[in-house]
Design a protein around this ligand. Structure first.
Ligand code: KIV
Ligand code: ZN
Length: 511
């Protein structure tokens, strides 16, 4: 029997710390349900003290997820821990994750605390969390740059205080695999009560080593990995869940453990997270990139046709690439539509919701011959975005485009229910559209990124547009999808403006 490798997903917490990736409560619940469907063991749903919105999101995830453990992050203060416990109350199975920095630089310059004070605080926090649950995780933040002797002392003390998971974060992505693996070996050997806890790792990707470091730690005895879908996360991101899980699954000849994940759900999760956050997946990304299983060179194609194993080490269908090519079309009924979305992790709240989405599906089916899972996911996300767009709503648009002429656009939108229209010229049709919208809303936003992604093959594919805007130091992503990419651009821009004009005051756990 192999050991179990616990998969702790932090897309909804660390992933959300990426600039522009903030998610609404309903979006978090949708992602959590798909993670549960994939059989992720622990879902870190957020940082409840950060804001009322974060608290509500953790609570909503705790209410809807039944099979995975739901975790909330807390610093070591009583307020943080009490708030996390309160948010997690509805969960079937919950965990409080408390942390404090242990590296000399963080203790001296950030916390302005002596190591002894940090030690006391950590013990106090774990004991307080234990009053609410016996599932408590402790992280010595910036462990990757902490002194090993101090790490051993604090870990021994928090295990004695009741922590059952010890997570070793490489907070700034400074470590390299051999060294990080050695740290885990030493901790497990030197901490006298190490056998009373599961050792976990949480690696950031600043040097592109998050997955390699996590796997080195697994070889050294770590039995939980913290990771995110598509590697989303603070700065260069976290270790990517799909890469960790598939590395361990594919190399069962060398790993002494395996996960319990249903890997055929990986693509579904990857698309959903990309869809919701507006962070596209690069085509050459391992496992989930569009080219991950595409063979361009003649030699490779020939080899794969003769025997797949010549150039492929994993089967595309094992990560969900082909199993979900079920095509729907104009004649598909409401029931098939509902069933497929349920399989993709989306449940409609009521009949009205279902009917509205089904109407959108029929509109799309009129324009597009075959409809794939990607289209269904995008359609539902777009519907949710529209439902949330309280202040500004897209109605219609007209674009004049002729070679040699300056493009002109007219956009009709509603502002708090009242129809308004704006006209503008621009350097291209998208520029003209954005300027026409600005002539009505006057948001003062700066566009930081504009990207278009065709989500299926063919010229009739749905175009998914991401627009990242900033205003007063706040960065948000807006998304829009349509078979016409200019319409998708208008929707994405309006979505971004809606999001940026409802600023959320949120505390950052590490500041
Ligand atoms: O990177 C980090 O140190 C964290 C901790 C809160 C675990 O995210
Ligand atoms: Zn982190």
């Amino acid at each position: 029997m192999k050991d179990k490798l616990i998969i702790f997903d932090t897309t909804l917490r660390d992933g959300e710390q990426s600039p522009g990736a903030s998610m609404t409560r309903d979006e978090k619940v949708r992602i959590a349900k798909t993670l549960e469907l994939m059989r992720v063991d622990v879902i870190e749903a957020g940082f409840p003290i950060a804001s009322p919105g974060d608290f509500e999101s953790v609570r909503a995830v705790a209410q809807s997820v039944k099979d995975s453990t739901v975790c909330g992050l807390a610093r070591t203060s009583d307020e943080d821990i009490d708030r996390a416990a309160e948010a997690l109350k509805p969960a079937n199975s919950s965990r409080i994750h408390t942390f404090i920095a242990t590296s000399p630089i963080h203790m001296e310059r950030k916390l302005r605390m002596q190591p002894e004070q940090v030690l006391e605080q950590a013990i106090h926090a774990v004991k307080r969390a234990r009053q609410y649950t016996d599932n408590v995780e402790f992280s010595p933040e910036d462990a990757g740059r902490s002194e090993i002797d101090f790490l051993c002392r604090i870990i021994e003390a928090v295990i004695d205080a009741g922590a059952s998971t010890i997570n070793i974060p490489d907070t700034v992505g400074y470590n390299v695999p051999e060294q990080f693996g050695n740290t885990i070996t030493q901790l497990i050997e030197r901490v006298p009560n190490a056998d009373k806890a599961v050792f976990s790792v949480h690696c950031h990707n600043d040097l592109g080593l998050a997955v390699a470091n996590s796997l080195a730690a697994v070889m050294a005895g770590a039995r939980q990995v913290e990771c995110t879908i598509n590697g989303l996360g603070e700065r260069a991101g976290n270790a990517s869940l799909e890469e960790i899980v598939m590395a361990v699954r594919t190399r069962q000849d060398i790993f002494p453990c395996d996960t319990n994940l249903d890997t055929t759900q990986i693509m579904n999760n990857s698309r959903l997270v990309s869809n919701i956050t507006g962070f596209p997946v690069q085509p050459n990304k391992a496992v989930v990139g569009a080219n991950a299983f595409a063979h361009e060179s003649g030699i490779h194609q020939d080899g794969v046709i003769k025997s797949r194993e010549t150039y492929e080490i994993m089967r595309a269908e094992d990560v969900g690439w082909q199993t979900n090519r079920l095509v729907m079309g104009k004649h598909s009924g409401r029931n098939a539509f509902k069933t497929r979305l349920k399989e993709l992790g989306h449940e409609f709240e009521n009949d009205e919701d279902l009917n509205e989405s089904f109407r959108r599906f029929k509109d799309l089916a009129d324009k597009k011959h075959e409809i794939f899972d990607e289209d269904l996911q995008s359609l539902v996300s777009d519907g949710l975005l529209e439902a949330e767009n309280e202040r500004f709503k897209f109605v219609s648009m007209k674009v004049g485009l002729e070679t040699g002429m300056t493009p002109e656009a007219q956009v009709n939108l509603t502002v708090e229910g009242k129809e308004k229209s704006g006209n503008a010229q621009g350097d291209g049709p998208v520029d003209a559209i954005f300027k026409a919208i600005e002539s009505v809303v006057d948001s003062g936003c700066k566009v930081q990124l504009y990207s278009v992604n065709a989500i299926t093959d063919g010229t009739d594919a749905l175009g998914e547009v991401t627009v990242r805007v900033s205003k007063d130091g706040r960065i948000v992503n807006g998304m829009g999808a349509d078979t016409d990419i200019i319409t998708a651009s208008a929707k994405a821009y309006i979505n971004a403006i809606n999001r940026v004009s409802s600023p959320i005051q949120r505390a950052h756990p590490q500041v």
